[in-house]
Design a protein around this ligand. Sequence first.
Ligand code: NI
Length: 134
Amino acid sequence: MVYLTRRVTFSAAHRLWSRYLTEEENYAVYDKCANPNGHGHNYTLEVTVQGEPDPKTGMVMNLTDMKRITNEQVVNWVDHKHLNHDVPWLEGVVPTAEMLAIKFWERLARGFPTGLLYEVKLHETENNSVVYRG
Ligand code: NI
């Protein structure tokens, strides 16, 4: 089995705030990440597919297709957007890195050929990242 990863970057704003917590609890949990007007991150998304290289092409998947599907399903929706307000499929989701990784996986799984998607890794900062494997 071979694992092929494509990396893409995007910038987005978010506010960490849960509808299930009181105002006081929200500030206790999320601290400055709960500031009303939000804040931005330069995210890095790594999408990994798995498979045997095709004997004719030598590829698990064409990187051009990986780029196109990742842009169509995720990046074009979130780049330079406010994740709490601008993305219909994130409505009601607290946009932590964990939740974004899950939602990105769900989007990507719709776009990639069945069984190829292996892992979504989302870096929120240089120090924080999340891995989701469906
Ligand atoms: Ni943040």
